[in-house]
Design a protein around this ligand. Sequence first.
Ligand code: SF4
Ligand code: SF4
Ligand code: FES
Length: 283
Amino acid sequence: MAQLLLPRNSRIKRGKSWNTPATPKGASSGRKRNFKIYRWNGVANELPRLDRYALDTKGCGPMVLDALIAIKNKVDPSLTFRRSCREGVCGSCAMNIDGTNTLACTKPMADVRGTINIYPLPHCKVIKDLVPNLEGAYSQLASIEPWLQKASKVSSKGVSKGVERAGARERKQSPQARAALDGSYECILCFCCSTSCPSYWWNSDKYLGPAVLLQAYRWLVDSRDGAKKQRLRALTDPFKLYRCHTIMNCTRTCPKGLNPAKAIAEIKKLALSDYKQDSSVKP
Ligand code: SF4
Ligand code: SF4
Ligand code: FES
């Protein structure tokens, strides 16, 4: 008979209820906000749980990250999450809030009606509570070699004469060539997009996903980079690039307003013209 239940260790059980310490007598209290927050302590055979917090938001900043910090400081010091810049530039506070992947530091509590539900980024292994394991995503990023590369000088006999030493001379860029990087250099590598992409959920071991492909595009269109052909060839296999099916979740969720789906489409166009230009490929 078909097994219709999820594996036992994928179910989330009801957790604890926590309350903000009582407001001292005579002091005015602020608006209470209720939170449900995913908790898991990293012990393999323990089920995750959803803890409930009622937080008096008086004196607390307006963003969801402000509330998480207040909960950690005043209510439950064991609550674990990543954060650093608190202004949307480091990408470390990415999590799923109210059903959408976003940055906790730029998500106003006022944007969420009723209880604020907070989970780690979806379809990632969890290290603890709201901290996802992004090792796989970072090794995919390393695989596209996200740094400026100078083309090898090749002699007329096709023998490489080596690569020019990095920093040997200034590489200038026209304002127009610099503008080609707009829309990709702003990516903060929060991985909100990749972890919202169904293609990435099912094939994250082989498909590079929108965040890494946006980075790949950023180097492909950099006028100073000399490794365009090698970069394109490295991307064009059935999984790394072509698992994007233009579902657009990535673009919808990006908290920086970027469009990784468009970048992926542009890479496909570049790959096609590279294929056509290759004189060794006969139609
Ligand atoms: S457009 Fe491509 S990368 Fe973006 S969510 Fe859809 S399949 Fe994923
Ligand atoms: S494209 Fe947007 S969502 Fe994706 S990693 Fe970059 S900033 Fe984050
Ligand atoms: S803490 Fe840096 S982006 Fe949110």
